[in-house]
Ligand binder design. Structure first.
Ligand SMILES: [Ca+2]
Length: 290
């Protein structure tokens, strides 16, 4: 991996500062791309807790970047202690009032055309190890954490034998390998309001010729209350092949982003979306209804 050069580092900051300060700036193709970019293209959407974790991670791993952002935003090179600059940024993005109002802000990063070739995202917790930002990546926007709720965690005890290989919802597709839990935070799936959608889930098996019989369940938090209520389980069945089904998207779903959980379990699973599964995978998707 190529090391980030000083030149790209500085130009990326100039770009970021124009976005961060909210001032008018000349339209370039890159600016337009960023303005038109959806969350899905920016690569992450964080809860308030993750937004706080993002700041802590940047402070640990990229404090120089934060200081330069501060200098761009406040347009000064006055001699102010680093700690004070970092404290001011934190107050600006993550004050108690902002957090309480669900308006915690965080910096997102992307490469020029938002394709994320390195599948790199900045950390979301101070405990995460520092990783090197790939070349051409830059801070592209200051975002508000829009996912209001922290959902109950669920993960499997093992995903070596069975896992979720792919999920499609109408035109949307997500393919992945074997994991115990995956938060698919880089993409927001748009569901059409008040009609049926076609869903397909492909199980992964260590020996494809002898696929396991697995249980599949899908929940969507339609009413945005942070809970997968009993009447929000949209599918439950078992098979040793590809799952294909439709479910109805309600009308009057609140605006904004909510969560869909897909759980595949060779141990039978549970109607309780929070009960830990045994052998398989849990994938969480961000969705919105329009
Ligand atoms: Ca709910």
């Amino acid at each position: 991996m190529k090391k980030l050069t000083m030149r790209t580092y500085v130009s990326s900051l100039a770009l970021a500062s124009s976005l961060l300060s909210g001032t008018a700036f000349a339209q370039t193709p890159a600016d337009e791309l960023i303005q038109n970019a959806k969350y899905s293209e920016l690569g992450d959407m964080l809860t308030t807790t993750q937004a706080q974790g993002r700041y802590a991670w940047l402070k640990k791993c990229y404090d120089g970047l934060l200081v330069e952002m501060w200098e761009q935003m406040f347009d000064t090179r006055d001699i102010i202690p680093k700690e004070q600059k970092l404290q001011q940024l934190k107050e600006l993005w993550l004050s108690q009032a902002k957090v309480a109002a669900g308006q915690a802000q965080y910096v997102t990063f992307a490469n020029e055309d938002f394709t994320n070739p390195y599948e790199w995202t900045a950390g979301t917790s101070e405990n995460q190890a520092c990783t090197l930002m790939p070349p051409e990546y830059q801070p592209v926007a200051l975002k508000t954490a829009v996912l209001k709720h922290q959902y109950c965690e669920n993960t499997s005890f093992g995903s070596e034998w069975e896992w979720i290989e792919g999920v499609t919802v109408e035109e949307f597709e997500h393919a992945s390998g074997s994991h115990k839990h995956t938060m698919v935070s880089g993409k927001v799936v748009t569901f059409p309001a008040n009609r049926a959608v076609k869903v397909s889930v492909t199980p992964g098996n260590i020996i494809p010729e002898y696929p396991s019989y697995v249980a599949l369940r899908v929940w969507v938090d339609w009413n945005h209350n942070g809970v997968f209520d009993a009447n929000e389980m949209m599918h439950s069945s078992a098979s040793d092949g590809v799952f294909q089904f439709v479910f109805n998207v309600p009308k009057d779903v609140p605006d904004g982003v909510t969560m869909m959980r897909v759980a595949l379990d060779a141990g039978g699973g549970s109607d309780n979306a929070c009960r830990r599964i045994q052998y398989g995978e849990v994938e969480d998707y961000l969705i919105t209804v329009r």
